[in-house]
Design a protein around this ligand. Sequence first.
Ligand code: TNX
Length: 715
Amino acid sequence: MQKHLLLSLFLLLSESASAQMVGTMQELSAERQAVATHIVLEGKALSTAGNSDFRRLRDCCPRLETIDLRRSLCREIPSNALFACHRLKALTLSDSVRLIGPRACYACDGLTELVLPPTLEEVGDEAFAACRRLRLLIVQGTPHLGDLSFAGLDSLREIRLSSPTPPPAEATAFWGLRGKGVKLSVPRGSEKAYRTAPGWSLLFEKKVAAQPAALPNLIPVPTSVLPQEGCLNLKELGGVEANPELANEADHALRILSERTNFCPKRGKARLKLQLDTTLNSRTDEAYRLEVTPSGILITGVSPRAVFWGLMTLSQLLETPDAEARCSTLPALIVEDEPRTALRELMVDPARIFIPLKELKPFVVEMARFKFNALHLHLVDDQAWRMEIKTYPLLTELGSHRVGMDDMPLEISGYYTQEEMRDFVAFAARHHVEVIPEIEMPGHEIAAIHCYPQLTCGARKVPIRLTCGVSNELLCPSEEFVYEFLGNVFRELSEVFPSRYVHLGGDEAGNPPLNCWTHCEKCDSLRRKLGITATDGSENWRLQKHLFDRVIDTLRTRHGKTPMFWYETDFREIPEGCVTFAWRHGLTAAAIRAAQENGRKIMLCPGEHCYLDYPAAPGDMPEVNWGMPVTSLEQTYRLDPAWGFGEDFEKHNLMGVAGTLWSECISSPERLYYMAYPRAMALAEAGWSIPANRSWESFRERVRHQMRQHRLRRF
Ligand code: TNX
């Protein structure tokens, strides 16, 4: 005990007031976790599951720079333990560590040196991948090095090893370091063994041999793929041919060819030809045909967007197992393809945790690979307002900064200026991804109410919300300022987002729903004025209808937009010209019936399949949540967009599929990708491919290949 005290005192004086020495993280108060910069853990056993010592180090210590585990008894660093801890500068492992789990230190890009103790037996897949500043790696034992365990280490200069026999390594352990001149310091006499050992040999390779094209591992699976005789030698490909209306697609084509092949601009005689043919299909403007022959490639599409999807298919055909290897030949084939549903979107939530647009650009590029055609931006919520609205500057001045998301004391700031957003929307459009903005009403609006209290009943002042969940403060339907406010917001929004759609939220407005309006005098008189006499609980829903009707009318008549909203059973009516989203567990059939009865369109993103913010396996991130169910890859894959409702529903009501990435627990761009993939690939196929072509067994094979490609790309 005395030793403990002395050591603590020493640390306090020598390092800084935020140096902490404790047995386990539980002994450290939330306040001290929030400011800790150096932590020494001495615990006999560090916990690895649930709200573990490691989860707290990762999520609850935003200033943490060093972790010292030397005095702890810690056999395992669990998977995702310190995932994307960008601020971490040093990690000292204990001599008792046997296992480092998958992605344990993924993208810990502040680490510059790392010592793996002699006791270590296993380094999991991607355990230190993307630690881009790591210069020196010291391996004292012979652990097995997993798939991509040290991939993408741009700064690595030296690996020092004590073992004369090379630690067993997967072929991809050091992917990205080929020919980078990493110095390998090994015991004398063992150089040759390392030069030829699996995984290690890559460090000595100079040139990448061109690999033959992989078997088609296309996601989403196309309507038909017909193999033909012969193949195209890509060295004979000399360029791209397209009319001016396909200039954007021609640019993409050139980029794909130069990234993925060794084609010979000018010298090669064969061409990649892009062309429009509006007679190809009348059901959708996304149908394309891709033909590879020994003398060239032809992509025909109903629209530029369709041609672009053809290019995305071509890009997948050109993938080789080793991302550094260029594709040299392409087997002849004919692909004919079109989507099953019209709108295939992913939703991201920068309101809870801000996502800079520079991080969202590569996200859009990745979505487009799988033929998603819309990105839905959840721009506002109780926790923040993220979109510049010039009429109401306080929204972003006061509403876009806060510290804290549940137990994570993170400083979360940021908003999108209109100018930046225009640039982003144009970027996405070049990838044929439509950006759909969402402004929530009447609930999930605390950030706006905080800035402009007159938006809620009685102009109550409310603080910005720091936790997840449902709030009871709502926009007041009887306050004229609310309509003026929304009118201005949607007017400015329409000037930034050319999308046909605008999402109005509409979900989870209070608990009990809409009760905020029950005791508001102004709402009382509005109810009287509207002749709402019911007292069965439906009176507030009628007020909500009044609010929605007014806003929907403005959006449709003044801005030509199609409003969207999250379906709540109490809505009953889906107004003309609107699209509803089925999202709640167990209520998809009810939402579909409402869409059918009202003759409206519906998007499917049922919680059972499409909530990509839920953990994909037990114990996976987020390890701590509010009881989110596990939504496995298979579960997502098994989404039937028609929900068993048959052809009539599919033809008249089904609009598409959506995957949501609510961000209460998604605290970094790396985590956003981690939650999205591979499940987004499963969703892409559910939304695009016809049932006759879909099979979980086949998808499982293809997704393995696609995930390898995904991991090898940089975001
Ligand atoms: C419910 S889904 C919400 C969101 C949360 C999400 C968390 C929906 C329309 N509302 O506000 O972020 O659950 O999974």
